[in-house]
Design a protein around this ligand. Structure first.
Ligand SMILES: Nc1ncnc2c1ncn2[C@@H]1O[C@H](COP(=O)(O)OP(=O)(O)O)[C@@H](O)[C@H]1O
Ligand SMILES: [Mg+2]
Length: 271
C-alpha cells in the first residue's frame, strides 16, 4: 500500500486555506497517526485519500493512481473513512442494516457479507446489538457501529477521524485491538487523534500538522522527544514521556515499565 501526498493544497469555497502544501508518503501497513491542534487541517487532509475532497492543487496518489482519476464511490471500496461524528454517517434503522449497506451497494455477494458480519460485530463489541436501532446505542457503541460499517467494506486503507474522542478505557482498548487486527490482515490504518497516550501505544509513525503544513513527521519516539517543537501544534507528549524527558532521558518512555527499565539501566551504568 502506498499513499503519496504531493504538495497538496486545499482552499475551501469560503477562502479558508486549510492545506498549504503538504507532502509525505505512507508506504506499507504500519499504522500512522495524524495529530495537531483543532483547525490544523487533519480532517481536510485525510478526506483527500478517497476523494471526498479534491486538491485545489497538488495531488494524492493511491498506489500510483491520482485520486481525481476515479469517483469517491469507487475509491471507497479501497479507502474507507470513518467520520468523526457517527451521526454524519449512520442513517439506517439497525446496526445490521448499517453493516450490510456498504458492501451490498458495491455488489459484495450476500454470502460474503454474512461471513464478515459476526466477526466484525464481535470486534466492535456489537455482537448482541445487531438488531438494535442506532438511536438506542450509547455514544461509544455508535462510534463502533460507524467503524464496523466501514470495516464491512473490507478496504485496504481505513481512516479513523478522532475515534478516541469521548471514549472510555474499554473503548480505547477495543480500538487498539481493531488497529492490531487490521495491521495483521495487511490493512493500513491512518488515525487522527488528540489522545497522545493512545497514539504512543498504537502508532509507530506520527505526522503532526500545524496551520495546514507538516510540522514534524517521523518515528513516534523521535516525534515525542521534541516537546518544544510540538507545542506549536498544541500537542504534548504522553504524561509518562514528559516525565522521562524531564528526568533527562533522551528517548521518551511510553509506559511506566519502560521508564523503570531505563532508570535501572542508567543505575547499572553509573554503578
Ligand atoms: N467545509 C468547510 N468550509 C470552510 N472551511 C472549512 C471547512 N471545513 C474545515 N474548514 C476550515 O479549514 C481549516 C482546517 O479544518 P479541519 O481540516 O477540519 O481541521 P482539523 O481536522 O485539524 O480540526 C479550519 O480553519 C476550518 O475552519
Ligand atoms: Mg477534524
Amino acid at each position: 500500500m502506498r499513499i503519496e501526498i504531493r504538495d497538496l493544497r486545499h482552499t475551501y469555497p469560503t477562502g479558508e486555506e486549510a492545506l498549504k502544501g503538504v507532502s509525505f508518503t505512507i508506504e506499507g501497513v504500519t499504522p500512522v497517526a495524524v495529530v495537531g491542534q483543532n483547525g490544523s487541517g487533519k480532517t481536510t487532509l485525510v478526506k483527500h485519500f478517497n476523494r471526498i475532497l479534491s486538491p485545489t492543487s497538488g495531488a494524492v496518489l493511491i498506489d500510483g493512481v491520482e485520486t481525481t482519476k476515479q469517483s469517491t464511490a469507487k475509491w471507497s471500496k479501497r479507502v474507507g473513512y470513518v467520520f468523526q461524528n457517527p451521526d454524519d454517517q449512520l442513517f439506517l434503522n439497525s446496526v445490521r442494516k448499517e453493516f450490510e449497506f456498504g458492501p451490498e451497494r458495491v455488489g459484495v455477494p450476500a454470502a460474503d457479507i454474512q461471513k464478515r458480519l459476526p466477526e466484525i460485530a464481535e470486534l466492535c463489541g456489537l455482537g448482541d446489538k445487531l438488531d438494535s436501532h442506532t438511536f438506542d446505542l450509547t455514544a461509544t457503541q455508535k462510534k463502533f457501529c460507524a467503524i464496523g460499517s466501514v470495516m464491512m467494506m473490507d478496504p485496504d486503507v481505513i481512516i479513523f477521524d478522532e475515534p478516541t474522542c469521548g471514549q472510555d478505557v474499554e473503548g480505547s482498548r477495543r480500538l487498539s485491538e481493531i488497529i492490531g487486527h487490521l495491521e495483521k490482515r495487511g490493512k493500513l490504518c491512518v488515525t487522527i487523534s488528540h489522545d497522545m497516550k493512545f497514539v504512543a501505544a498504537n502508532f509507530p509513525r506520527v505526522v503532526a500538522l500545524c496551520h495546514g503544513r507538516v510540522l514534524i513527521d517521523g518515528d513516534s519516539r523521535e516525534v515525542f522527544a521534541k516537546p518544544e517543537l510540538l507545542k506549536k501544534s498544541f500537542v504534548s507528549p504522553p504524561p509518562i514521556s514528559r516525565v522521562s524527558l524531564g528526568m533527562g532521558f533522551e528517548k521518551p518512555a511510553f509506559s511506566v515499565d519502560e521508564l523503570v527499565e531505563t532508570m535501572k539501566a542508567r543505575r547499572r551504568k553509573m554503578a
